[in-house]
Ligand binder design. Structure first.
Ligand SMILES: Cc1ncc(COP(=O)(O)O)c(C=O)c1O
Length: 408
């Protein structure tokens, strides 16, 4: 006999009872547990931690993580100039925009941010330096600048494993750009970032295309020594050439949530970036030795039942960025065993879900999903319900809810 899905038996039952759907919620117990795990290697190795705002996009949650880090999280890695200024205006300190600016207008926004706090810019090209130098001169204000060292792995000529971002690959490359910065009276070099994306962003046990997993693990293992050597050589070259600040305050940032254990062991790294591992979109499952709990979910209402075994929910088509593929879709997790339909996926305004044999879901009842990525849902929902011990304890406005438009 068919069993009717009882939403009240979900672990989040009391949070969902009688609430308008859709809604998104954060399990604070899971979030706190993830934070503790992610901070542990930095704590042990005496490194600072920088929080990547893009992977949370909810200021109240970011404030909570900073507060609970007991001084370990000392700064934020922002992703756009407008967003950086918003953080500066809201009292954040030690900002680093982790990606280069796109024009003189962005340089002006960073100048404005530096009137409130230190907000560093990332450069990897003479053009970035020129825009920042002009803006600093016009404002008579010295701007902190970081260099972005590419950490891609090129084991054979013509190969490139890693992301395509910075063209700065060698100590000579970073020294050349650092000299341009040193020539500018309104710029000061404050750090170097070497983000090992092909280690930090690659799960060991990906759910889909699992045949690729051994190869991914091999890449992570084999490329690691090259990362440590090249990051160390770049920092050493800047020191040797006298291009680091006289006050000794020069930082080296590396890693992401997926590489905290390894990155903390790199002697040249002074600070580690974390982000996605706090809320754990499902793309962050499958990192060996990194036990993280899903902390972010959304619930959709069943709005129709087109045929036995299938219900259709309102909303849901919130596909994550990156290389398009099935892994970018949200993942239904309640009722247990329900799946998206391959022909429709998560739709523009409605999402059909196949129920496991013998389970029914009434119109109006919730279906719970996990997003693929951690930060992007905050551009869809205006607020997150915050749950502690399975009950709603507060609401937190997201970037969308606060009207923080990072791009335009
Ligand atoms: C420059 C940089 N550092 C660090 C990270 C790691 O962030 P997360 O912990 O959210 O994966 C990213 C993510 O893309 C990044 O772009």
């Amino acid at each position: 006999m068919a069993q009717t899905h009882d939403p009240m038996r979900s672990p989040y039952a009391s949070a969902l009872r009688d609430r308008p759907l859709p809604l998104a919620f954060v399990d604070l117990d899971a979030l706190d547990q993830n934070l503790t795990r992610l901070l542990q290697p930095a704590r042990t190795r005496g490194k600072r931690v920088r929080l990547a705002t893009k992977s949370v996009r909810c200021p109240a949650l970011i404030a909570r993580a900073i507060h609970r880090s007991e001084g370990l999280i000392t700064g934020l890695m922002t992703f756009s100039a407008r967003e950086t200024l918003q953080w500066a205006e809201h009292g954040a300190t030690d900002l680093l925009m982790g990606y280069p600016i796109g024009g003189p207008h962005d340089a002006v926004l960073l100048v404005a941010a530096n009137r409130h706090t230190r907000a560093a810019a990332m450069v990897d090209a003479p053009q970035h330096v020129a825009w920042l130098a002009d803006a600093g001169r016009a404002a008579q204000l010295k701007l902190p600048v970081w260099l972005d060292l590419d950490m891609g792995w090129r084991p054979l000529a013509g190969t490139h494993i890693g992301v395509r971002r910075s063209p700065l690959r060698t100590p000579e490359d970073v020294v050349m750009l650092a000299r341009l910065i040193a020539d500018q009276p309104f710029l000061e070099l404050r750090g170097l970032m070497g983000y090992e994306a092909h280690v930090a962003g690659l799960p060991d046990d990906g759910r889909l295309a699992s045949w690729q997993n051994p190869m991914k693990r091999w890449i992570k293992e084999r490329s690691w020594p090259d990362i440590v050597v090249r990051r160390g050589l770049a920092v050493a070259a800047l020191h040797a050439e006298g291009l680091t600040p006289a006050d000794g305050e020069f930082s080296c940032n590396g890693g992401g949530s997926g590489s905290v254990d390894r990155t903390a062991q790199d002697p040249s790294v002074t600070e580690i970036t974390i982000g996605s591992g706090l809320l754990v979109g499902h793309l962050f499952d499958g990192y060996r030795g990194l036990d993280l709990a899903p902390a972010l979910h959304f619930a959709l209402a069943v709005t129709r039942a087109p045929s036995p075994g299938i219900v259709t929910c309102g909303g849901g088509g919130w596909i994550a960025s990156g290389q398009s593929g099935a892994d970018r879709l949200p993942m239904p997790v309640w009722p247990p065993g329900c799946t998206l339909l391959p022909v429709e996926g998560a739709g523009e305004v409605q999402t059909p879900v196949a129920l496991p044999a013998g389970v029914q879901a009434a119109i109006g009842s919730p279906v719970i999903f996990r997003p693929a990525k951690s930060g992007e849902l905050a551009e869809i929902f205006s607020e997150y319900l915050l749950l502690a011990d399975g009950a709603v304890n507060a609401h937190a406005a997201t970037y969308r809810g606060l009207g923080w438009n990072a791009w335009a």
